[in-house]
Design a protein around this ligand. Sequence first.
Ligand code: NAP
Length: 307
Amino acid sequence: MENVVILGTGVAGCTAAIYAARANLAPTLFSGEQDGGQLTLTTEVENFPGFPDGITGPKLVEACKKQAEKFGAKFKYDIATGFEEIESGFEISFVSGEKVQCRTLIVATGASARWLGIPSEEKYKGKGVTTCATCDGAFFKDKKVIVIGGGDSAMEEALFLTKFASSVTVIHRRDTLRASKIMQEKAKAHDKIAFIWDSAVEEIVGEKFVSGVKLKNLKTNDITDFACDGVFLAIGHIPNTKFAVGKLDLDDHGYLKADKNMHTNMKGVFAAGDVQDTRFRQAITAAGSGCMAAMEAEKYLSELGIE
Ligand code: NAP
């Protein structure tokens, strides 16, 4: 039986692994669908302390993994589908069919991109509709693209896309952005970026690939056609807690409920990172909560007499 299993290899999971491994608990991490978590899909991270010149998301997470491995953490690619309480711990089931038993479980499964949920979006997924500018931006060289959303992710994606696209139009459902001031200012100052306010994408149109969208002005209900080659969604995330439904306490939006010490409702199960964070959702807060979850797991194990 494993002492510590960590679900998720983003910055929260990796930080938990560094602490658990340094406490000689030989943790095993399981990647989930997005190995390395959301940082692998971002560009420059400018606000993680210790990197005055910034660092790319993939480089930061790779360094965290390497650091955890150095102390004996093991990384596996698999996706948890459920888990059961067993005597003295838990048994986790994975997509591969593997079952793993552990004494403590740290859930750091993060969150995945939210989609609009309109039928045409499904039709054009991978044919001009995407949630990842870092992954797909280069396919839109000299093309006209839109970014949907008004948060930091939308500004970041819009700015990144200016490297390739001929024009980037941000479509936001309100007339004020949710993004931080610095990101707003950067996006608003860029001559390739324009904004359409109070508007929602009603439908994505095209032949084989996207050729435009139908926009609804939410104040006047007017529908207009807007020609574009790419649709980038940046409308937030949904926590990855499917595997825990009916077992762990979740809030109304599916976020894992944890107390201030990262304990869930189940003894021996701890939470870390975006899966439990409805407020901050930063790389640094994810890392901090990963540290806390691992220290609490260590304390729990030592109370059971496992050092
Ligand atoms: P977010 O802050 O939740 O913003 C989501 C945006 O999408 C909001 O503007 C929201 O509109 C809009 N939206 C949500 N559902 C929608 C729908 N169905 N249709 C149309 N628009 C919809 O998410 P995020 O931008 O991904 O950021 C998440 C967290 O990560 C934040 O804490 C952010 O600060 C952080 N982050 C930081 C950086 C950075 O510092 N460089 C970069 C990326 C993300 P409303 O505003 O009307 O609600």
